[in-house]
Write a protein that binds this ligand. Structure first.
Ligand code: IMP
Ligand code: MG
Length: 173
């Protein structure tokens, strides 16, 4: 995999997350926000984002599988853990770690729309736009990143590296 390098350091990450939280806070003044955290990758981002939003925030979890133990998406999406509570009439923000091909989110958005939330937005920490196969337009984006396989802050390579406090990539040597 090569040497692990820092792409986005911890301070830069945390500053940007606070900015995103403030923007969300402004746009949802006085509303109850239902955050849907997509397990497992977006747990770390969801926690820091939710803590920085000074409004009523609820957190729900959903788990889908896309990648296997590899760096290439299989293209097949499976629901592994469904929502436990209704989102009907709720103001929902889906929180994702990274939008890559867009397959996961385009599948999820269609699925969630059927549950008739009052509003439905996407907040992603990272966006790898170059790799898009399905049209997905996130409403809140932390960082646009180049087509590199990244790890850390929730993102894994075969379940490793999730606990890094920064976003890293492997430099091929
Ligand atoms: P998509 O369906 O191709 O948009 O992929 C989204 C999912 O793939 C994310 O939620 C991640 O779990 C995973 N993924 C995509 N790119 C990366 C990466 O660079 N590192 C680690 N996981 C990734
Ligand atoms: Mg993953």
């Amino acid at each position: 995999m090569g040497e692990l390098k820092v792409l986005i350091d911890e301070q830069t990450l945390q500053n940007r997350i606070r900015e995103m939280a403030k923007q969300i806070e402004e746009e949802y003044k006085g509303k109850t926000i239902t955050i849907i955290c997509i397990l497992k990758g977006s747990v770390f981002f969801t926690v820091d984002l939710a803590k920085a939003i000074n409004e009523d925030v609820r957190v729900e979890f959903i788990r889908v599988s896309s990648y296997g133990g590899d760096t290439v998406s299989s293209g097949e999406i499976k629901m592994k853990l469904d929502l436990k509570d209704s989102i009907n009439g709720k103001d929902v923000i889906v929180v994702e770690d990274i939008v890559d091909t867009g397959r996961t989110l385009s599948y999820l958005m269609e699925y969630l729309k059927l549950k008739q939330p009052n509003s439905l937005k996407i907040c992603t920490l990272l966006d790898k736009k170059e790799r898009r196969v399905c049209e997905v337009n996130p409403d809140y984006v932390g960082f646009q990143i180049p087509d590199e396989f990244v790890v850390g802050y929730g993102l894994d390579y075969d379940e490793k590296y999730r606990n890094l406090p920064y976003i890293g990539y492997f430099e091929n040597v």
